[in-house]
Design a protein around this ligand. Structure first.
Ligand code: SF4
Length: 357
């Protein structure tokens, strides 16, 4: 069995089942847009072929591999279909081609009878689409479950040997940065194994798109979303909870077509958030060390140079301006670990300011 740490970054073989098991369409969602797949439930033979094709792209066969059912609400499906899908994926585990199975599902599909369906199968990870812990926000997007349902689902899952992942969204109708921060604090307190954070986007064919076109919904702008998600990332970091994805993956289907009508989409959204976290860490360091009206030299791990400088040098310009710096040089240092930089020779860790606060 792979370790818990290994399973956080497995090689994931996605099988998309758009909207399968969903009791209705949540207002922000259009899985056909997101996945580029028209059919809700592929046939068993199509699933087998898709898994085999995807496995052929695995470069490191030693990396733990999970077959993932995404895009729907897995445990909302009838029992026979859940068992058919799990049986199909289990064959690959039995043949040594995969190590486990994961799926995403709604909190209100988690109950003891359904969890009992999973027992004979090598399920390793369950991801819950939480979206928000604010009941008014959940209601405004017609989720059909409450924050209390999420707490109950998490308690049931934590009593079982699954990796638990939670997905939250920001910028939904009725949402505010304060409500998102409160959601992150509550989720962090529930100690999941990992988290994903998605900004709400206006997807073609969703109810949100209709509201947007009628002027009834205004999405967050990109910069405000990056700043907010950076703050959420820091909350989870304080609890040592990995945030494994921030922002929708920039698949060809999303970026080459006109599926995104509006909203804070960026193909490197996660990179932008990490850059914002570095800006905060360096600013705190400069404040703490009284570095103003002076020149600073930052030695940074080579791979992080663009994150530290910010897109189009935005971090550099912001720090120069805020601290009235006479100069700011950023140099690559291939020896530094990826969680720190040296500012005028003194270590500044990406998350140290958070721990000290
Ligand atoms: S958000 Fe989840 S439950 Fe809601 S429609 Fe989309 S896939 Fe289904």
């Amino acid at each position: 069995m792979p370790s818990r740490e290994q399973l956080i970054k497995p090689f994931v073989v996605p099988v998309f089942i758009p909207h399968a098991g969903c009791p209705h369409r949540c207002a922000f969602c259009n899985q056909h847009s997101t996945t580029g797949q028209g059919t809700s439930m592929p046939t068993v033979s199509a699933i087998r072929t898709a898994i085999q094709d995807f496995l052929a792209h695995r470069r490191d066969p030693r990396r733990p591999t999970e077959i993932a059912f995404y895009g729907g609400s897995f445990l909302g499906l009838p029992r026979e279909q859940v068992q058919l899908l799990l049986t199909t994926a289990t064959r690959f585990v039995q043949q040594g081609q995969a190590d486990g199975i994961r799926f995403s599902t709604r909190p209100d599909t988690i109950d003891p009878p359904r969890l009992a369906w999973l027992a004979p199968f090598p399920v390793t990870t369950v991801e819950l689409g939480v979206q928000s812990m604010s009941d008014p926000v959940l209601e405004s997007v017609d989720r059909g479950h409450t924050a209390a349902d999420t707490c109950r689902a998490i308690a049931l899952l934590k009593a079982r040997p699954y990796q638990l992942g939670l997905q939250m969204m920001v910028g939904l109708p009725g949402d505010t940065p304060e409500a998102s921060l409160a959601t992150a604090h509550q989720l962090a307190g529930l100690a999941p194994d990992f988290v994903r954070i998605y900004p709400a986007l206006v997807l073609r064919g969703s109810r949100l798109a209709r509201w947007y076109l009628r002027g009834q919904y205004t999405p967050m702008d990109l910069e405000a979303t990056v700043t907010l998600v950076a703050a959420l990332f820091q909350i989870f970091a304080r609890h040592a909870i990995p945030v494994i994805r921030m922002g929708l993956q920039a698949t060809a289907n999303l970026t080459d077509s006109d599926q995104i009508i509006a909203g804070p989409f960026h193909p490197a959204f996660g990179e932008r958030v990490h850059s914002a976290v570095w800006l905060d860490a360096i600013a705190r360091h400069l404040e703490r060390h009284g570095l103003q009206n002076t020149e600073i030299h930052i030695d940074a791990p080579t791979r992080l140079l663009s994150q530290i400088k910010g897109a189009l040098d935005a971090n550099r310009r912001s720090l120069m301006d805020r601290f009235q710096l006479s100069g700011m040089a950023v140099r690559a240092d291939g020896e530094l670990p990826e969680d720190r930089v040296l500012i005028n020779g003194i270590a500044c860790r990406k998350l140290s300011a958070l721990i000290e606060d």
